[in-house]
Design a binder for this molecule. Structure first.
Ligand code: ARG
Ligand code: ZN
Length: 847
């Protein structure tokens, strides 16, 4: 059942061409396939006499080899058939049932339309095929069905109502296949590539959603231009289609020429989407578009190499967002996200390397480690070799591997070849699980500051004997007068313990270490409150300036949790100075007002050897918020007023930043004014950012009930906005009410639990409500487990992803541990539990 990287062997045949013919029917779609196979010269064992093809939940109607009927041996996983020794043509006809495909993998139906999701292993639910990314072929597709819009990959050959033919000239693995059919409306655009190719762009949506397309279309054009300018990558077909679907397990999918998106990741309007929604949509459109080169033109040899395309594409989309908006704001947001999701993963039983060496169900490895840490590893590589060498290495990567199914070895080789560096030690970032800790020791004598760094990595299930990694440490020095006395330099740490000296200083400076978060590590840098406050006031590196404030806040919160002391005055004073500094970007100031999440605090407590108490964490954070509100009281109204946007709504960085700061002020103000200003803002809001933040503040102030009712009336017909309505009530619930609130919402007429967005709105929010989910009653655990048991047979992939809510069980007290384990085991004992969920819970429980 477990699959190992070390077992890789090439498929014995290559697929020269693939012809597919679909006759659509909700319960009895027929798929005819005709595939030309040739012996693969790269196959280690030479020609074989039997061929295995993947296939799941298919009804085989007939099969032929070179035109003669054959009778394959069928199992639940596929078929085996005797084949001729040379080239041959395989034909098959199968029947599938898209309307009953609730797993949303393969060909399924959503809101009356047909769509597909084939990554990672969904194509085998469409027809018999060598469903592995290293088998690349040229696909031709014919679709018959009673729908005006019939789409597949590549360029159209014939399009008419009820019949279409498509041809994709670019060889691709089956996971990039896509088909869409339905009564859809196109929002169209046009882009001319640098070398003069005219590309038609379409965003296909269901009738009623036409008004939510303009932003996504512009984001697509911006992405196409950016990839030409920054990476020299042009689009390679005459058509680029995006389709929005309501039922989708993930964010979106980069199928060649036919991206399919969760509607929440593409549809946007001022009235229905928040500024953060707009930013996320822009990033996901860019991400999927960038996959055309990093993923499609160069794909992965096997699924162990997933980070080859995902880490790189996340890195590319983060560069894009930094260019489109604010670089420091994007960086801080990414680090908050990395710490919240990836560090937590690394700290628990689901820890795995960026390139895992074994898995049971690949869908369980679309993780923060592979995506976000995978991107961090590339960021480090770029920091180490420099911008110029990075670009040269990427040019070589595209030139050398275009059309390949490549590996991490191939990726690192282009860096070695262009820079002459030996990257064998750097490669440990791909093979060792866990977050390294870097401890800093400072010595000052005779004008020299010596920094000694010590790196440690805790052993874990997949990394029993960790070895030192290459860690780029960006360091600058800030003098007593607040001026920078040494600008940023990158220290390259390669040993377990290593010292670096800064000479010729007139006085002891404050070291600003890990600037820009130059490596995904936990930094233990023992600074006094005064030193942190100095960095908060003066650091020239925007990330570390924010980090200094975050460290002060976190240290204060940890003290409050442990001993019940009052909030740290140095933190509050420093915050006030920064937040009222009108020379600073409002978006940045809004980030400064943030606090570590409950879960981050639990992680920090666990790291320090303490048992986190969710209730104590909640109390400390509430106390700190109230202290912020009191301490900043005289400035909040002015901050609020000064950042009201009077121009027409734009979801750009400037306006979003102003709203973010005004709404951060509103959130604190509502602790002082009983929610009066929030009520006022709610009544006058003309966009979702203003409406939703006012609603949240009002609920916290205890005056939200009538607005929740009004909101529901106003938005009952908008699925994406109603997801917000469901989520917000759980997010804003008091800890003791969170599970009951979620439970009540599951009884609401609009709780469609088979829709992943709606399920996540309720249960994703519950799992993220730290004090609510981990409430001592155990109600949160029980409710989630009951619903996961219900969802598993319907949608294993979404069920398994949500199981990660239980991954931190070991850090809590014995009572909570046994409450969680009881639920984990209850799910595990269910007969016919999916492979996805079984693998997740087994890994979690065996820790
Ligand atoms: N490749 C897609 C993306 O990164 C994600 C698809 C994941 N699908 C899955 N079934 N695990 O945008
Ligand atoms: Zn991706």
């Amino acid at each position: 059942e477990t699959i190992y990287l070390s077992d890789y062997t090439a498929f014995p045949w290559t697929a020269k061409s693939v012809d597919l013919h679909f006759t659509l029917d909700p319960h009895a779609t027929r798929v005819r396939s005709c595939i030309r196979f040739e012996p693969n010269p790269a196959s280690p064992n030479g020609p074989e006499s039997e061929m295995f093809l993947h296939g799941e939940k298919l009804k085989l109607i007939h099969a032929k080899i070179d035109g003669a009927p054959v009778t394959p041996t069928l199992t639940n996983e596929g078929l085996t058939i005797a084949v001729p020794s040379g080239s041959f043509t395989w034909e098959a006809e199968v029947e599938i049932d898209p309307a009953n495909n609730t797993a949303l993998e393969g060909l399924y139906m959503s809101g009356g339309m047909y769509c597909t999701q084939c990554e990672a292993e969904g194509f085998r639910k469409i027809t018999y095929y060598p469903d592995r990314p290293d088998v690349m072929s040229v696909f031709s597709v014919t679709i018959d069905g009673p729908h005006p819009v019939l789409l597949s990959n590549g360029n159209p050959v014939v399009t008419s109502d009820n019949h279409a033919q498509w041809h994709d000239p670019w060889p691709k693995p089956a996971y990039l296949f896509a088909l869409v059919a339905g009564d859809l409306i196109a929002h169209s655009g046009q882009f001319t590539t640098r070398s003069g190719r005219d590309v038609t762009l379409n965003l296909y949506v269901r009738p009623g959603d036409e008004g939510k397309c303009a932003f996504g279309m512009q984001a697509l054009k911006d992405s196409m231009k950016w990839d030409e300018d920054v990476y020299g990558r042009e689009y390679d077909l005459d058509l680029f289609n995006i389709v929005a679907v309501d039922d989708f397990n993930m964010g979106a999918m980069e199928n060649k020429g036919l991206n399919i998106f969760n509607s929440s990741a593409v549809l946007a309007s001022q009235e229905t989407s928040t500024d953060l929604n707009f930013e996320r949509i822009e990033a996901i459109i860019a991400h999927e578009y960038f996959h055309n080169w990093t993923g499609n033109r160069i794909t992965c040899r096997d699924w162990f190499q997933l980070c080859l395309k995902e880490g790189l594409t996340v890195f590319r989309d983060s560069q894009f967002t930094a260019d489109m908006r604010s670089e420091p704001v994007k960086r801080i947001g990414d680090v908050i996200d990395l710490r919240g999701r990836q560090f937590a993963e690394d700290q628990g039983p689901l820890a795995h390397p960026v390139r895992p060496e074994s898995f049971q169900e690949i869908n369980n490895f679309y993780t923060a480690t592979i995506y976000e840490k995978g991107a961090e590893v590339i960021r480090m590589l770029k920091t180490l070799v420099g911008d110029q060498a990075y670009r040269e290495a990427l040019d070589l990567y595209f030139e050398r591997h275009d059309g390949d199914a490549a590996t991490i070895e191939d990726w690192l080789q282009v860096f070695e070849d262009t820079t002459g560096r030996d990257l064998s030690q750097f490669k440990r970032w791909y093979s060792q699980a866990g977050t390294p800790r870097v401890a800093v020791n400072e010595a000052w004598a005779d004008g020299t500051l010596t920094l000694t760094f010590t790196q440690t990595l805790a052993p874990s299930a997949t990394t029993a004997d960790p070895q030192p990694q290459v860690i780029p440490l960006a360091v600058g020095l800030i003098g007593k007068d607040g001026r920078e006395v040494a600008s940023t330099q990158v220290l390259e740490m390669t040993q377990a313990s290593q010292s670096f000296a800064f000479e010729g200083l007139t006085e002891a400076p404050v070291a600003s270490i890990l600037r820009g978060f130059s490596a995904p590590v936990v930094l233990d840098h023992p600074l006094s409150d005064a030193q942190r406050a100095h960095l908060l006031a003066h650091d020239t590196d925007p990330f570390n300036r924010w980090e200094a404030g975050r460290n002060l806040a976190q240290a204060s919160l940890l003290d409050m949790i442990r001993t019940g002391v009052k909030p740290n005055a140095a933190y509050l004073a420093g915050l006030k100075t920064v937040v009222t500094d009108a020379t600073l970007d409002p978006a940045y100031r809004a980030l400064m007002m943030g606090l570590p999440s409950h879960s981050d605090l639990a992680t920090a407590l666990h790291d320090a050897g303490d048992i986190p108490d969710p209730e104590a964490i909640h109390t400390a954070v509430e106390t700190m918020r109230t202290a912020q509100a009191t301490d900043l009281a005289e400035h909040l109204e002015e901050l609020y007023a000064a950042h009201q946007v009077s121009e027409a709504y734009q979801p750009d960085a400037a306006q979003s930043g102003a709203r973010a700061l005004a709404n951060a002020a509103l959130s604190l103000l509502s602790r002082n004014d009983g929610g009066a200003l929030a009520q006022q803002q709610y009544a006058s809001a003309d966009n979702m950012t203003q409406q939703l933040s006012a609603l949240g503040a009002a609920i916290r102030a205890g005056v939200g009930a009538p607005m929740l009712e009004q909101f529901q009336q106003q938005w009952r017909d908008d699925r994406l906005v109603m997801d917000k309505w469901f989520a917000l009530q759980v997010v804003q619930a008091k800890p003791e009410d969170a599970a009951a609130t979620a439970k009540a919402l599951t009884e609401h007429a609009d709780f469609n639990w088979k829709n992943p967005n709606r399920f996540r709105a309720v249960f994703g929010s519950l799992a993220m409500h730290h004090a609510g989910f981990h409430h001592g009653s155990g109600d949160g655990y029980r409710l989630l487990a009951d619903w996961l048991i219900k969802l598993d047979p319907v949608n294993p992939q979404t069920t398994a992803r949500m199981c990660s809510a239980f991954q931190t069980w070991k850090r809590y007290d014995p009572a909570r541990q046994s409450l969680i384990l009881e639920q984990v085991n209850q799910i595990l004992t269910k007969p016919d539990l999916s492979r996805d969920t079984t693998e997740m819970l087994t890994r979690i429980a065996e820790a």
